[in-house]
Each structure stands twice: as structure tokens, then as C-alpha cells.
Design a protein around this ligand. Structure first.
Ligand code: SF4
Length: 315
């Protein structure tokens, strides 16, 4: 059973304990993964940031990688460790399977990664960091090229909102892009939150878009998986190209900002600076997997390996 949204780091915001958000005829695969991990006592692995797919390898057997890794560490060492049990088993197991899960080009983990900067990069970040109560407002991007209503709405909420959110093609229907609305907001003297949905991005498109928007003054970015293409009007778009999930996006953007590298390892001479955020659903908090994925996005809250703010939709 696979996740129709290609989520590789935990359930999406629409999942429930009963159904998959995209396909109501089946359960969410992630609840099964979490249950299995807990039964095996391997729940700490769920906090690792797993990589996006290496498309060169899809359709192939992972066992080939496992075989090469066993050869590398030594079959005797591996089998001996597995038979010994306890900590030795864990160490031998990780010596083989961790490099398979975490290739060098990714190296995802659940560790603390200090930010590369100390001064807030946006007014929203500054106010949240000093513990201020802030209000943000959401303005729907227009479905036309006319910007007069958009600019009017920006002026309307500007005095009251610390930042203005722009959705990224909600319900999988096209509207003016979030980065264009965000740029217009910067020009209008207000602070935008640019939402980016993984649904419509490839890893290259994502990196290009954040560089461009950052150069244009956008400093707050909210990473989302995005509504499923199932919600779009007909004819439906292609649904089987799922290049990243929202946690992949956060990891890629964090590394661009804090380590000044692209996903492919090239260095960025002048790296972008932005305040990263994630979204969560309070609905399925009853299930342990939701707690885990919320924590995975949020923790540790005051560093940059995870988003430093979190938005929850309650209506
Ligand atoms: S993560 Fe979402 S799309 Fe994937 S299986 Fe679970 S409910 Fe379905």
C-alpha cells in the first residue's frame, strides 16, 4: 500500500485514523507504519527526515543497496550483531540500513541544527521571538490578473496583521501565484507569508522559487503538502509525480539557508534568509502518529532544523 500524496515523513494534514484523505476506500498507510514501528520498538526512527525519492532508483530493488552495504560492513559482523540482540543488534542493523535510508546527498536526521543567523529576518520572526501575541490574516489570491482588489485587501488588513498569508492554489485550483501576491505585498509596505505547496513543485522549481522570492523581499515561507489533485476540477492533473513532501521542503530550504548549499550539494555564494513555517492539523491529535509528525515539523522549536513557527487551521 502506498501513500497517494507521496508523503515520506508522516501523515498529511487530512489523514484520520479511519481513512486516507485522498482515497476513502482505504486507511492511511502512515498509521500502519507507526503502529509497526511501535510494535518493533523502533519509534525513534520516525523522527529521521527521510529523503525524497531518487528517481534513478524507483522501480528497482532496495535489496541491492542492502546487499552492497552488508558486503561493506562484513556479513559476519552484521549477522553476529543481529544474533547477539540488544544494543549490538541495533548498531549492526543501523550500520547496514541507515546509509540505505540516508544517502550522503541527503543525510537527514532528528538532530539540532543551529541557525546560521541570530537576528530575525522578518518582523513576524522578531515579534514571535520576543513572545508577542500576533495576528496574521489570509488574503485569497485573485483568480484574474487584476490586482486592485488584492491591493485594497492588503491595505485593509495591514494595520492589524503582523503578516499576510497568501494561499498557493487552494483546492488544487489555479489562482495568482503566492510569490507574486507576496511581492506585491512587499511593495505595498506590508509583510507577506508566502505559502508553497509541495504538490506543484519539483525540487528544482522549489529552490529556484525561494531564491527569486527572497531576492524580491519575501522573508516568511510556509511549507505545505497542498490539497490533493483529487480536489481539482476536471480534467484532473497528473497525480503520480510527487517529488517532495512538506518536510522535504523544510529540510531543503533549511540547508539552503543555514548551510548555503543546494540539494545537489553546490554551494550558494549568497544564501537566502527566510523564516520557515509549517502547518498542522489539530484534528487527528488523538493518534500517536499525528503527535510524532507535528513534533517532527516543530521540534526543536527554536532552531532551524525544523520550522520555527507553526500554523494550525481550526475551521
Ligand atoms: S498521508 Fe494522507 S494521502 Fe497519504 S495515505 Fe495518509 S491520508 Fe492518504
Amino acid at each position: 500500500m502506498e501513500c497517494p500524496k507521496g508523503e515520506r515523513n508522516g501523515p498529511c494534514g487530512g489523514s484520520t485514523t479511519e481513512y486516507c484523505y485522498v482515497d476513502k476506500t482505504r486507511p492511511c498507510v502512515w498509521y500502519k507504519i507507526y503502529d509497526r514501528a511501535f510494535r518493533m520498538g523502533r519509534q525513534e526512527m520516525l523522527m529521521e527526515v527521510l529523503p525524497p525519492l531518487d528517481w534513478d532508483k524507483t522501480g528497482g530493488e532496495t535489496w541491492a543497496d542492502v546487499y552492497h552495504q552488508i558486503k561493506k560492513v562484513g556479513a559476519k559482523y552484521f549477522i553476529g550483531g543481529v544474533i547477539a540482540g540488544g544494543e549490538k543488534r541495533k548498531v549492526a542493523w543501523d550500520a547496514v540500513f541507515r546509509p540505505v535510508r540516508q544517502p550522503e546527498w541527503w543525510s537527514g536526521d532528528a538532530e539540532y541544527h543551529p541557525p546560521a543567523y541570530t537576528e530575525p529576518v522578518s518582523e513576524l520572526e522578531r515579534r514571535l521571538k520576543v513572545g508577542e501575541f500576533v495576528v496574521t490574516a489570509e488574503v485569497a489570491p485573485p483568480a484574474t490578473v487584476a490586482t486592485n482588489k488584492l491591493l485594497k485587501n492588503i491595505e485593509l488588513v495591514k494595520p492589524y496583521a503582523a503578516a499576510i498569508n497568501f494561499t498557493d492554489c487552494p483546492s488544487a485550483s489555479p489562482r495568482m501565484s503566492s510569490w507574486a501576491c507576496s511581492t506585491l505585498t512587499v511593495q505595498a509596505g506590508a509583510e507577506p507569508v508566502m505559502q508553497i505547496a509541495a504538490r506543484d513543485r519539483t525540487r528544482i522549481g522549489l529552490q529556484a522559487e525561494v531564491l527569486g522570492s527572497n531576492a524580491l523581499g519575501v522573508r516568511n515561507i510556509l511549507c505545505l503538502s497542498g490539497d490533493s489533485m483529487n480536489m481539482s476540477s476536471i480534467p484532473k492533473g497528473k497525480m503520480d509525480i510527487l517529488d517532495m513532501d512538506s518536510i522535504h521542503m523544510l529540510w531543503i530550504l533549511r540547508r539552503m539557508r543555514d548551510e548555503a548549499i543546494y540539494m545537489d550539494g553546490r554551494s550558494i555564494k549568497f544564501p537566502p534568509k527566510y523564516f520557515l513555517g509549517a502547518a498542522g492539523s489539530p484534528m487527528p491529535l488523538i493518534h500517536v502518529s499525528r503527535r510524532f509528525v507535528n513534533t517532527k515539523k516543530l521540534m526543536p522549536v527554536h532552531n532551524s532544523s525544523r520550522p520555527t513557527w507553526y500554523m494550525i487551521q481550526i475551521a
